[in-house]
Design a protein around this ligand. Structure first.
Ligand code: ZN
Length: 362
């Protein structure tokens, strides 16, 4: 009995393993893993990442680099997530750990070491990113949080910074839960932002902003883009307009104007599907889709014209770690509308070039 059970188990394991594009990590939550040495050995990591991207391509799947996701390190099972990534052709995820309220309240933490733990447990699948700039740490102490993040980038060798929430409405989930503290506003020309833009301009290391789309928020952003033209800014959630009466200027043409005028601005494609409604306004929040569920041609031709300015992203978060399949499907559906060349660039080539200043050699 025991030996047939063992045989069955080994069969299950080998079937599972055969689907993996890279070795599957131990089934532990990331917070329980030891930490990788620092500074990160990016040359060695890049070799692993290229092998994985090639393996996905060889299986006939378009590899995706998810440039913007964050996780709850105490809840994310490395093996389960790795399997979900493989099942959906997600080559790499730029991992940004979240500091929860408890940890912040107890220790006043402005930094989380979980990126090191993720790299140790699964070096094939994660790009280390700095701690997510969200409530409470960044919201309550924006300048100190940025200073800490920049110090760690230098000490530990991160190739990018995570997402900083400058203007953030409650997400649909937070809205339904009444989490009004997630409605945050930190000026994009505040001292914290100045430090980020200046650092990125000087080092070429990119950072992400969450910045709701409102007419009145556009001039200060443009002021910063003009002051720091080579800062590499990824404006997350392309075309996510949550209140149309606050946004009359932002269309595909406006984004084209930004791209033409500011060499450092990039956008990620973490937006909802065509049906996604923002509960605060009752409006469809993803303007890249038309009401009939097809992609808007104005956005598609913009991306086809400038594919290196757009990056694939899933926006997984601590409260939606189980949504990878759904989000990957929605992203792939949109990518289908792009030209084959642009699709390949947006899926993974643009991220590689932005992070490593080189074309991916495959
Ligand atoms: Zn965001």
């Amino acid at each position: 009995m025991r030996s047939s059970a063992a045989l069955l188990l080994s069969l299950i394991v080998s079937v599972t393993a055969s689907k993996a594009y890279s070795p599957l990590p131990a089934g532990i939550v990331i917070a329980e893993s030891p930490k990788a040495d620092i500074p990160f050995d990016l040359q060695q990591l890049k070799q692993r990442w290229i092998e994985r991207i090639v393996a996905i391509k060889q299986a006939g799947v378009l590899p995706i680099i998810d440039i913007e996701s964050s996780f709850n390190p105490g809840r994310l099972n490395a093996r389960t997530y790795a399997q979900a990534m493989d099942d959906n052709g997600i080559a790499l995820t730029a991992f940004s750990p979240q500091i929860g309220e408890k940890k912040y309240n107890k220790k006043g933490s402005l930094w989380h070491e979980a990126s090191r733990r993720a790299i140790q447990v699964d070096p094939s699948r994660y790009i280390p990113a700095t701690t997510a700039g969200i409530y409470p740490a960044f919201t309550k102490q924006p300048e100190a949080f940025v200073e800490m993040s920049l110090r760690k980038v230098k000490q530990q060798g991160y190739p990018m910074l995570g997402e900083f929430e400058f203007r953030h409405y409650m997400s649909p989930r937070q809205f339904k839960r009444g989490q009004t503290y997630r409605d945050v506003a930190i000026d994009i020309d505040s001292p914290a932002a100045e430090k980020l833009f200046e650092f990125s301009q000087r080092t070429g290391i990119s950072f992400q902003i969450h910045y709701e789309i409102e007419d009145q928020l556009l001039p200060p952003l443009e002021k910063m883009l003009a002051r720091y033209p080579n800062a590499r800014v990824i404006w997350c959630h392309l075309g996510q307009v949550r209140y149309s009466n606050r946004s009359t200027r932002y269309q595909a043409d406006y984004v084209r104007y930004l791209i033409d005028h500011y060499p450092g601005i990039h956008f990620d494609l973490a937006f909802g599907n065509a049906e996604s409604i923002y509960p605060g306004s009752g409006e469809r929040q993803s303007r890249v889709w038309r009401p009939d569920g097809s992609a808007d041609p104005a956005w598609i031709s913009l991306i086809n014209d400038h594919p290196y300015r757009f990056l694939a992203a899933l926006d997984i978060g601590g409260d939606r770690q189980d949504k990878l399949h759904q989000k990957a499907n929605s992203l792939r559906r949109f990518l289908q509308y792009l030209s084959p060349q642009a699709r390949e660039i947006v899926a993974y080539r643009a991220a590689w070039r932005l992070l490593f200043n080189e074309e991916i050699d495959i």
